[in-house]
Design a protein around this ligand. Structure first.
Ligand code: MN
Length: 206
C-alpha cells in the first residue's frame, strides 16, 4: 500500500508570527500532524487492499465502507491528516483582512455579511467543548456555504460537506502562546487566514 507522508509546510514555522508562534507551529506539524499521518498508515495497514487503494478524500466521505474495527481510528487519524493539511494551506503570513470575489458573495448570502459571519464563526468556535474544529464549509445540497463545528478530528467530509476554512481549537494549536485564552487565539487567527486559498476551494467545490 502507498503510505501517507507528512505534507510539507508551505512556509517557515515563524511565518505566522506574532499571531501563531514558531514553536507551536513546529510541534503542531512535526509531532501532532506526523502522529495522525503515522496512525492513519497503521490503521490502513489493517484494512483490505480495496480500502487501501481508496484515496483519503474518498475514505472520509464513505466511512461506512471501512470495517468496524478500523473505522474509529481512520475517522480520527484520517481526519487529522486531512484537516491539518487544509489548515496549513489556509493560513499565510500575508493573510487576514476580508475576502473578495465569489467567496465574499457566498458568505454574504449565507450570513448577511462578513462581519456577521466572523462573529458567528468566532463565538461558536470558542465554545466548542473539549477538542475540535470550527469550519466554513460548502454544502453541495443547499449549494450554500455554512458554518459547522466538528468534534475531535472528524472531517466535515464525513457529513458530505466540503471543508473551505477550518480553525483548529485543540489546545495543542494555541496553548504555548495563549494558554487558556482560546478567544484571543481565534481573534488573532483571523489575521492569517489565506482567503485566496479559501476562494480556490470554493471554486473547486462548485
Ligand atoms: Mn491540530
Amino acid at each position: 500500500m502507498v503510505e501517507y507522508t507528512l505534507p510539507e509546510m508551505p512556509y517557515a514555522y515563524d511565518a505566522l508570527e506574532p499571531h501563531i508562534d514558531a514553536q507551536t507551529m513546529e510541534i503542531h506539524h512535526t509531532k501532532h500532524h506526523q502522529a495522525y499521518t503515522n496512525n492513519l498508515n497503521v490503521a490502513l495497514g489493517k484494512c483490505s487492499t480495496d480500502i487501501q487503494n481508496m484515496n483519503i478524500l474518498e475514505i472520509l466521505s464513505n466511512l461506512e465502507k471501512i470495517p468496524d474495527a478500523q473505522r474509529k481510528a481512520i475517522n480520527f487519524n484520517g481526519g487529522g491528516y486531512d484537516n491539518h493539511r487544509l489548515f496549513w494551506n489556509s493560513m499565510s503570513g500575508s493573510g487576514g483582512g476580508e475576502p473578495g470575489g465569489a467567496i465574499a458573495d457566498a458568505i454574504s448570502k449565507s450570513f448577511d455579511g462578513f462581519s456577521q459571519f466572523k462573529e458567528k464563526f468566532s463565538s461558536t468556535t470558542v465554545v466548542i467543548q473539549g477538542s475540535g474544529w470550527g469550519w466554513l464549509v460548502y454544502n453541495p445540497i443547499s449549494k450554500l456555504v455554512e458554518y459547522t463545528s466538528m468534534p475531535n478530528q472528524t472531517s466535515p467530509r464525513t457529513e458530505g460537506l466540503v471543508p473551505l476554512l477550518g480553525c483548529d481549537v485543540w489546545e495543542h494549536a494555541y496553548y504555548l502562546k495563549y494558554q487558556n485564552r482560546r478567544p484571543d487565539y481565534v481573534a488573532s487567527w483571523w489575521n492569517v487566514v489565506n482567503w485566496d486559498e479559501v476562494e480556490k476551494r470554493l471554486a473547486d467545490a462548485t
